[in-house]
Design a protein around this ligand. Structure first.
Ligand SMILES: Cc1cc2nc3c(=O)[nH]c(=O)nc-3n(C[C@H](O)[C@H](O)[C@H](O)COP(=O)(O)OP(=O)(O)OC[C@H]3O[C@@H](n4cnc5c(N)ncnc54)[C@H](O)[C@@H]3O)c2cc1C
Length: 397
């Protein structure tokens, strides 16, 4: 079957749905279709709180049918290949779809399989991850069962990740929980990176949290393998002289942030850059080679934080530019790289990092957002989820 749509959207996640809703709010006459295989839609930013035992997983899940704008057509199917030279793509069911404009909101792929032994043990033996809907509730089980003398390791990979802060937010919740319940556990951040956060203003405050909770920082530690039964994790460690060795660490809890990449079905396409990501103009979000193709969200190769907050600022730019493109007008809207990282640093405490390209701090509120704030925690816990389901996916902000 061959079908044509004026605007075809790949992915009905945060990016795809927000784009569809804002386009249709701008012009109800547009012919917009979304290809999305899942019948569920997730609000992932709350998975950190699920792992911390203060949010219900079921409240992060809605039916996809309820978030897709009613004026848009939903194809419950999965893209398998792109042929941008012919303005078309092919899906798993064998259908071909052509378009005037394509929006790619394909998200990011969790590469669990790249860590030896991980898939076999995730969800048991104290091995968990808030990056997966199945296991965020298990993180809370692990935290509740933590005892004096236990070791909890929190990993971060060397690849780009969605919401980089999520690998450490849960660590601070562990730290705060131990402090409140007088549990003497060893907490360690085993990160392939070299710093706690890329912006000094926020890094300085995070270091205060690290010291307060007695967290050990082990940088240049890249998780390679997990032996769940024996609760051992193997890291490739690079020392100050660049010498690489393997280090084994015993754990009772291992929270894994997996290596991530663009989805395989996308990264092998002509739309991908050399590393597999969507090859975008970082200001207009237009594809660098295929001018009727635009990208949005985690799939982009733009140097911003891969967050829902970034999508909130990208979408109006994308919509303005697509409407201009359809009228053969120049693209004037520009994305400034804004992203935000609501760094939960304890129960009732949050540092709201907001920044754009070149790590330029771009705070919203008239106070120093690097200081842990009860008010900002309430924003994350109550206000942002409400805004997501009632305003953002409806294209109203
Ligand atoms: C633990 C955690 C904490 C986070 N915390 C925050 C936070 O505090 N603040 C914040 O702003 N962001 C946060 N984020 C990040 C935020 O959730 C993501 O940046 C955002 O969801 C990305 O949206 P997206 O549309 O690009 O990707 P997704 O929402 O993943 O959408 C991609 C869609 O593509 C679909 N798809 C898959 N295969 C195919 C196919 N073959 N064809 C078509 N479609 C396909 C998928 O089903 C999915 O619906 C967090 C994420 C996690 C995991």
């Amino acid at each position: 079957m061959k079908t044509h749509h004026q605007i075809l959207i790949v992915g009905g996640g945060n990016a795809g749905i927000t784009a569809a809703a804002q386009l249709l709010r701008a012009n109800q006459q547009l012919n917009v279709a979304v290809i999305e295989p899942s019948d569920k839609h997730y609000y992932m930013p709350a998975w950190t709180l699920v792992g911390g035992g203060v949010y219900n997983m079921k409240d992060t899940i809605h039916n996809e049918a309820d978030v897709i704008p009613k004026e848009a057509k939903w194809m419950k199917d999965a893209v398998v290949s792109f042929e941008p030279g012919e303005n078309k793509l092919t899906t798993q069911s064998g259908n071909e779809y052509s378009y005037d404009v394509l929006i790619v909101g394909a998200g990011i792929q969790m590469n669990w399989h790249l860590i030896k032994g991980l898939k076999e043990t995730l969800g048991k033996n104290g091995v968990t991850s808030n990056y997966h809907k199945e296991y965020a509730p298990y993180t809370w089980e692990c935290l509740k069962n933590l005892k004096d003398g236990d070791t909890a390791l929190f990993t971060a990979p060397s690849t780009p990740v969605r919401c980089g802060g999520a690998s450490q937010k849960i660590m601070y919740l562990f730290g705060d929980y131990c402090r409140r319940h007088n549990i003497k556990a060893h907490i360690e951040f085993t990160s392939a990176g070299t710093v706690i956060f890329g912006i000094k203003k926020y890094a300085d405050e995070l270091m205060k949290m690290v010291n307060k909770y007695g967290i050990q920082l082990s940088f240049k530690h890249n998780l390679m393998a997990v032996d769940g039964q024996n609760q051992m994790a193997a890291f490739r460690v690079t020392d100050a002289n660049g010498v690489v060795s393997e280090v084994q660490k015993k754990f009772n809890v291992l929270h894994v942030t997996p290596p991530q990449s663009a989805p395989d079905y996308f990264s092998k396409s002509a739309l991908a850059d050399a590393k597999g990501w969507f090859d975008a103009d970082k200001y207009t979000l237009q594809h660098l080679r295929y001018k009727n193709v635009f990208g949005l969200g985690d799939i982009l190769n733009t140097p911003n934080a891969k967050t829902g907050a970034a999508i909130r600022k990208q979408t109006p730019v994308l919509v303005t530019n697509i409407l201009a493109f359809l009228k053969n007008q120049p693209l004037t809207a520009q994305y400034n790289g804004y992203g935000s990282c609501p760094l939960v640093v304890g129960y009732g405490k949050l540092i709201l990092a907001e920044f754009g390209y070149d790590n330029k701090v771009m705070e919203t509120f008239p106070f120093d957002q690097s200081k842990p704030s009860w008010l900002m925690y309430q924003l994350k816990r109550y206000v942002l989820p409400w805004l997501y389901w009632h305003k953002i996916v409806k294209g109203q902000m």
